[in-house]
Design a protein around this ligand. Structure first.
Ligand SMILES: NC(=O)C[C@H](N)C(=O)O
Length: 327
């Protein structure tokens, strides 16, 4: 039997000290909610979807509410989800005014015969599925994101990825089923219509029960040129490397040839954890059994042990807090 685990990330880049407590809190909560779903007969797909939804609701992350803004000051989001048992995938790009793009991606996977929807067809599909398109538009825009766009414009529009803040999750159950999911607002100041690595299978997200599952974050325009997460998984398959070595090598190869850095979180087919970045930092958390581990700073691993009762109660009380904050 494999030990189930839910592993999440909240973006890679340079995360300022004042943003770190929010990253800890949100990523821990996401891992714990995902784990709770898995322990209550949810599938690995349910676990990664719910974990990502938590971070999409949380303005500390660049996904859903609190997404970064494109050049015109609008939120445009990308997301994808993949099932490692069947290799089924769901992907969406350029999503506007939808709180949970990851759920839309899941619906594309479950309810259509395709992998990827975009444009007017995606808007029609969203309505058909009864998923709310918020009206009036612009409700996902936060003051923090507006200030970041202003700062970026004053700073001569350098293509800095800042703190990233993209979110993702990977889960494995005791049978070795793996799923991965990623959701993002992309990059501050991106051109309207720009699509990054996040919704592209093999670039930002991949899951295959036979090898492992990975979610990436970082400079998407670079990540997609090297199909980063697929490169990592194929290094493992063809070279027999473990996921940490494969990730370090793939990131070094990418950044050696191209401008841009990235980070990944992943689980191999045995549930071994990989958290690797060549950015300054990466926000991550996981729950395995009663252990919750998390970090942001380089090399940082904070571990907490949860009692069984605490494990449940605490999650629900934090969830209540979060929804109160959002209302
Ligand atoms: N913050 C991020 O990770 C951005 C995302 N990878 C993108 O390029 O769209």
């Amino acid at each position: 039997d494999i030990e189930p685990i839910v592993l999440v990330h909240g973006g890679a880049g340079t995360i300022s000290e004042d943003r770190i407590p929010g990253k800890y809190r949100g990523s821990k909560l996401a891992a714990r909610v995902g784990y709770l779903v898995l322990m209550n007969n949810g599938t690995v797909l349910d676990a990664v979807e719910e974990a990502v939804r938590i971070m999409e609701s949380d303005s500390n992350f660049n996904a859903g509410y609190g997404s970064v803004l494109n050049y015109d000051g609008d939120v445009e989001m990308d997301a994808s989800i993949m099932d490692g048992a069947t290799l089924k995938a769901g992907c969406v790009a350029g999503v506007r005014d939808v709180l949970h793009p990851i759920t839309l991606a899941r619906r594309v996977m479950d309810k259509t015969r395709h992998n990827f929807l975009a444009g007017q067809g995606l808007v029609d599909f969203t309505k058909e599925q009864g998923i709310e398109i918020m009206y009036p538009p612009g409700q996902l825009v936060t003051q923090y994101a507006k200030d970041s766009l202003d700062r970026w414009k004053q700073n001569n529009e350098k293509p800095s990825t800042g703190e990233g803040g993209t979110v993702g999750a990977v889960a494995i159950d005791r049978f070795g089923n793996i799923a991965a999911a990623t959701s993002t607002g992309g990059l501050t100041g991106k051109l309207p219509g720009r699509v990054g690595d996040t919704p592209i299978i093999g670039a930002g997200t991949y899951a295959d029960n036979l090898i492992g599952g990975i979610s990436a974050t970082g400079d998407g325009d670079t990540i997609m040129k090297v199909s980063l997460v697929y490169d990592i998984l194929k290094r493992m398959e063809y070279l027999g490397d473990d996921m940490i070595k494969a990730s370090e090598d793939a990131l070094a190869a990418m950044s050696g040839r191209l401008d841009g850095t990235a980070g990944i979180v992943g689980l191999d087919a045995n549930g071994n954890v990989a958290i690797v970045c060549n950015t300054e930092q990466i926000s991550w958390a996981y729950q395995r059994g009663q252990t919750i581990a998390y970090g942001v700073r380089k090399g940082e691993i904070i571990e907490e042990q949860l009692s069984e009762g605490e494990m449940m109660l605490d999650v629900w009380s934090i969830l209540e807090q979060l929804s109160a904050e959002y209302d």
